[in-house]
Design a protein around this ligand. Sequence first.
Ligand SMILES: [Zn+2]
Length: 261
Amino acid sequence: MRNDIRLYIYSDYPSTSLDTTYIVENLKQYGLHIEDRGNLLDFLSPTQEHIYKLARDLSSIQIPDIEIPHDDPNFTGRSEIENEVNKLLGDESVLGKFYDGFWMQRILYRLFSEKVSEEINNNNIHLILTGRLFGTFEDRRYHARVVLMGTPALISTSGLIEAPAKPREYYYVKGRLAQNGMDTSELDSMYKGRFVEYDDPKISSILLSYVLQVIAYEKTGEAFCDNPECCLSNSHWQEEVLKVQYEGVLCDKCAESMGSK
Ligand SMILES: [Zn+2]
């Protein structure tokens, strides 16, 4: 068990329902040193030239086709880069684009190693709460992800909505409606409460469990817990997330390794 870990939290315009202070306060019981560093871009304090370069890099790792792996950055036109500049500055929503998660991590790692190279080591976790949706390529296509371990660790509020699957019958009903040329817009209200929505007030409690997963991974080297009742388990369904991650209860084994017992 390691209690010498320092956790640095950043954000980049995640869901407006996300309360980082709530997460930081709740993490204090684990005896970590935690620092909320606020907006990522403010912290990095880049020059205009650096912002443009970052925007160019981010626009180059968008996924236009989920069935094609993104092996190399794909440099895009000026208008895409300007959209990214606006997203970085908070003038435009970060929603609606899908990024390659590992490339996003590489780009951000480079920025951190330039800004805080002395803090890149095993004692420090840099965690970014992002509104951007990212995925990883597995089984012949990209899958949206909530969390990506590593430096920096990434947790996506959009991933929380898009990655875990909705109830099976939701897809069935949606398919039938679409097949018959019927409107599917009412469907989300029919299934309300059975999946997490954008700006859902439950997001802060749920994300606390994902932050714990990142910390547990750094402490123990294990990504997920096998116990389906534990908030460190790997939920594939929205209904599991709404129960297990929302309640945020650790199993006895994880509680012990997290130092809360
Ligand atoms: Zn557990």
